[in-house]
Ligand binder design. Sequence first.
Ligand code: UGA
Length: 422
Amino acid sequence: MRVTVIGAGYVGLVTGAGLAALGHRVRVGEADQERVRQLSSGHVPIFEPDLDRLVRDGLGNGLLSFHRSNIEAAEGAEVVFIAVPTPERDDGAADVSIVEWVIGEVGSHLQEGALVVLKSTVPVGSAKRFQDLLDGVGANVVVLSNPEFLREGSAVADFFHPDRIVIGSKDQRAVEQMVQLYTALDAPIVVTDAVSSEMIKYGANAYLATRVTFANAMANLCEAVGADARDVLLGMGYDRRIGFHFLNPGPGFGGSCFPKDTRALVAIAEESGYDFALLKGVIEVNDEQARRIVAKVREAVGGTLDGTVVALWGLAFKAGTDDTRDSPSLRLADYLRAEGARVRAYDPHVRSVPELEMAADALDATKAADVLLIATEWGEFQNVDLGEVRDAMRGDAIVDARNLLDPGAVRRLGLRYSGVGR
Ligand code: UGA
């Protein structure tokens, strides 16, 4: 099929390169000229495992191309994916102005009968709204919802092995065409109306964020009663109705999706007259989680952070990505510095963050530090020689906000250890 993807961010790039790998002819429209230039020469400006290979394959076999003009990219396409950002507005709701702008731009250039597919996470009711907008300019197209569920760090694998594909449209022909588009993928397909499809996306992210928060709250309680949260969550997880996924306690969820989408769903609920108290509680507990980690660091250095040096391992919002958007690590760095601590950070895939002091490597970050704080669960931190860390540090405390290290091994080296929920 002839496919266009507008927006070469995480979602658009993976979708475009993935669809090209499935044999479709994909043109990607992207406003950032430099990004188009880089991508056209096979350079992927984000760290996402396997994505560069996929992009280079698509460029090599001629099925994938990048375009500075969205109109040029969209002309003659049977399916046009919209994958541009929907940032958060001040009131928590998703801002669809970029989507609106793009649809306005390409609307009158779309081929008769084309499908306009909303891939970006958009407020409930957006498909209908944009259908009305396009009907208004006389475009004979069908707008439908097809939310993306890929995770950063495993986005390419998620594209080829999705848990499900959701198609939100009441137009039979459009649904059949979408099923055809994804026919090479082996996944259950949920066909529903557009509003329900839009709700599935928010529901999935809000539920997962709630699970993580439940694990964090349980971990906090385990600390208070003297239980080991890892064992508690393991014991719970063996119940097949519960399972093990997304129950790792930590510094609170972050990233470009969970924080934004939970707040957006609260805003959607408010607009619709429903008080989503549960989800408001999740957001509150999550905000509090980073403060609890800071309290552990403060306690580890004897009650005051002023004048201390904190080594911070990990800046990405989770392992496997170089993305620091809404990262708990940055939240922690801000809080620590606000209390007068000097923070020296290291992340294997994040080279610099404005106004943050960066170390050359993990060991270098710990030099003369009073405390080491682990904020991202990078596996390579487990391979750092803790004996050398001990010798490099001025203090003797490790606060492990991801429960990455073995507390016994840390303590045997004469270091103090504090994890989450144990
Ligand atoms: C999330 C969803 O998992 C994807 O399905 C969805 O497509 C994506 O948002 C999106 O809406 O675009 P992502 O933000 O890449 O994906 O990251 P997750 O792996 O879901 O992690 C989110 C946050 O929860 C991270 O800060 C992570 O460290 C935290 N987390 C996750 C925990 O603290 N504990 C866990 O057990 C799991």
